[in-house]
Structures are given as C-alpha cells and as structure tokens.
Design a protein around this ligand. Sequence first.
Ligand code: HEM
Length: 482
Amino acid sequence: MNKATSGKILAKQVNKGIQNALETLSTFSQVHLLGLRKIHAIIKAVGSTLDMFIAQDYERESTKGTGFLGARYFLVNAPADIKRVLQEEATFPKHRVTAWIFKPLIGASTLSAEHGAKWRAQRNHVENVLREITPEVMLPRVYLAMNKAIKTLSIEAELGRVSASKIASELSWDVTCQFLFGISSDQIDISQDELQNFAKFEKSAAFAVVLYQTGISMGLLSFLFHRKAKAARELINRIILNLKDTETPSAFTVLKRLVGNKFQEEKENSNVLDQLTCLSLPAGESMTVTTTLLLYLLGKYPEYQHRLREEANKTIKLIGRKDLTQAQLKTLVFTNCFLNEALRLYPPIPVLYREPASNVQIGNVKCPFKSMIFVAPWVLHRHKSYWTKPLEFNPERFIGNRHKASDEGIANSIYIPFGLGQRRCPGESLAKLQLIIFLIEIVRHFEVITVDNIAPEVVGRISLKLKKPLFVKLRPIALGIT
Ligand code: HEM
C-alpha cells in the first residue's frame, strides 16, 4: 500500500471516529451541532457527564445506550429499572472508576469502595458515627454557625451585593468544622483558595471518569488527576495537626468518636484522615451548592420567600423562642416543600455511576460488563412523564405529595436527591436539618433580592457546580424574637 492510500485510510478512520463521537453526543443531547460548536460540545462533555444530558428534553422512559470514544454508556430512565440498579448492589456496584478517583483523597473510606464486605464495614462505621450526632448535639452548633453568618452578612449587606457562593461555602465549612472537629472554621483560618481545592479535585475527577472509559492507561490518569487530590486532603490534615496542641474538645465530635481518648497519639493515623476527608467532601461541596441555589431561588421568587418568612415567624412566635427543635422544624410544611423542590430542580449530585458486575439486561437493552450505567437525578427530576411542568419551580407540588408521580413506588425512585438503596446518603437528615435552619434564619433576618434575573448555569462534576459566582442583595429586616 502506498503512502497516499494509507494516509487516505487513516483519514477515513479518524473521520469515522469523529462522526461516531458526534453521533453519540447528539443522541444524548438531541442537539444538532455544527462546525466549531461540535468540537466545543465534545470538550464540554468530557469535562462533565452532565453536559451529555443538559440539552435533552427528558421524555424517554426506557434505557438508552450509546458509545463515546469506544466506551459504552447507558442512561436508565424507567422507575422499575432505577430501583433495580440502585438496590441490587451486587449486580450493579458503584463504578470502579468513581471509586478509584476518590482513593487518593479519602483512602480506604466509604466512598472509595466499590461494594462488598470492605465497603459494608466502612459504611457501618460511618453510620454509627453519624447516628451519634443527634439533633440535640448538632442543633446548637448549627445555630452557632448560623448566628455568626448572620452577623457577617449584616455587615456585608451594607456594602451592596454579596456573593451567595462565598457565603454558602463559608457557612457550609463552618458547620462541617463544628461537627467534625467541634471548632469554628475561624479558629483554623481556612482561606477561600484552600476551599477551592475540593472543587478543583472534582473538576479533574470528572475528566478522569470520562477518559477512563476510553481505555487511557491508569498510570497516565493517576499522574494527571491524583495529584489534585493531595492539596484537598492537605487541608483536613492541617486542621488535625493544628488541633494537636489544643485540648480534646469535651463535647461530641466526629474526630473524637473516631479516635476515642487516644486523640494525641492517633490523630495523624491515616484511617482517621481518610474518614474525616470522606465526610468533609460531600458535606462541604453538596451543602455549598445547595445553599447558594437556595439564595438564588429565594431572590427569584419573592412570593415564596414571603410565605417562608410568615411560616417561620408564626411558628417562632407560637413557641416563644427561635431555636426550634427537630420536631418543630418538621412542622414548617412550606419551608420543607421549598427545600424539596430546590433539590428536585438542582440535585447536588446530578449523576450516579454504576457498573454491571457481568453482562446484564436492563429492559430490552444489553449492558456489557465494564460499561457505565448512569442513573441521573438531574434527568429524572426534570422528566416530562413524571412531573407536571417539570422545569417550573413550584414548591406546592410537594404539599401532600401532590406531584404527578403520586404513586409512591414511582415517586421513591424518580425523586432521589439523596440516592436510593444501600448507598443512599448517610448524611441526609443532618443535611436537611442545616438547610431548613438556613432558610428560616435567612428569611427572618433579610429580604433576599436577585441582582440579575439570569438562571445560574451549572456544570456536573461529581457534585453540581455553578459556572460563575452568584450574587444577591440582602435588605435587613427588623426582628421580634431574635
Ligand atoms: C444536600 C446535601 C447532600 C446531598 C444532596 C447528598 C447526596 C448524596 C447522594 C445522592 C449520595 C449517593 C451517591 C451514589 O449512590 O452513588 C450520597 C452519598 C454520600 N453522602 Fe451525601 N449528600 C448530601 C450531604 C451529605 C452530608 C452533609 C454528608 C456527611 C455528613 C454526606 C455524606 C455522604 C457519604 C459518606 C456518602 C457515601 C455513601 C456510600 O458510598 O456508601 N452527604 N450523598
């Protein structure tokens, strides 16, 4: 074969490869891309699996398969299949790459195990620790962090617009420090740059997840992506070391529970660091994006904001003190619906990744061993078959479960902000407690006003991220009971 012929064959193959990749993208996103936009879309999809779905009109009810650069992906859409994939742990373990990318950050802790005995043991350990963080232990700390945040915000509010993203990340990390270490984040002087290390890790992890499936060598992937994890882990390590010279906190903390009375000798133990980093990543990142988006939604829907304020003030007046108990927080029906609806439209973990343990059939579709199975809360929560006017923000749809998916069986598997099955989020009640208190305290102290009326653009890393910082204005409100 002469050079010109082999060149033509090669060019044909490359062209075919590109066409395949483009087809994949357009079947997933159902957009017809032209010229440079095609290339841009490929780059975006590699950085964020969510971008594969973001333009979809969310109508499909069966599993959809596609390929991308030689890899096979399946998006599961039917309620019964979702239940099966998320509940049959042994048939559909967590995808090995998502477990692998976490390892340099969180070592041998829960998130980094695919499934089986090793994961079960870690999970039991985490659940036992979290069970001890009862509302009685946690509520005073959340109120403490919230009061501090309100004071800072009152000063910042005078200066004009405030960064919702910054408020959210500072508050989330303050609460995380309270429950992990029993101290305020001020005491350890965490900079915004250091907090960004978790987000940077997630960005590189999202690339690694997609590239792994294309057959790139693990060695190269480790070189490219694992080092990002070190900087994030270093923050938690620094906090543990900083605590060395201080007294062991007397009240319950996750740190104390993990090392018992041997705090001084064992706090550098890598298992303790693994567990603490494992809890700080989801706690910090999922909570930050949710808190930011809650501020956006409050500003965007002043009528709902007004209802939240009325509900909070009425309850507090009735009870005569502002620090409500967990049972009292649950009686705030509209506030809980507002939070549920925010988590529906913006699920902080937009895509869950699973892998068939062998060749397996889902509905009519054959999913081969080593393919990747997506269950995407983002897609399910916006699906036309399961929700009335899915793209509308309407907290009322949750009052008495009045959304279209009224059959509990369906609702249980299509509304899954905290996942489903054995790997369901162990931090759910802690997260909800914090977010409800955040909503109450913000609307009682401030009127939240949007700065510009543009919907926030999001990108799916491991958790949902905002492409640009989000700003709001806060107008202080005179209070009765403080
Ligand atoms: C709005 C806040 C949060 C949301 C929406 C959320 C959502 C989720 C979801 C969907 C999963 C399951 C992932 C999968 O199945 O692949 C998960 C797992 C997990 N979450 Fe959360 N989470 C939140 C807050 C928290 C908090 C505050 C903590 C810590 C106290 C936490 C700790 C964890 C851990 C350790 C896992 C891994 C469980 C395992 O793999 O067995 N999360 N989270």
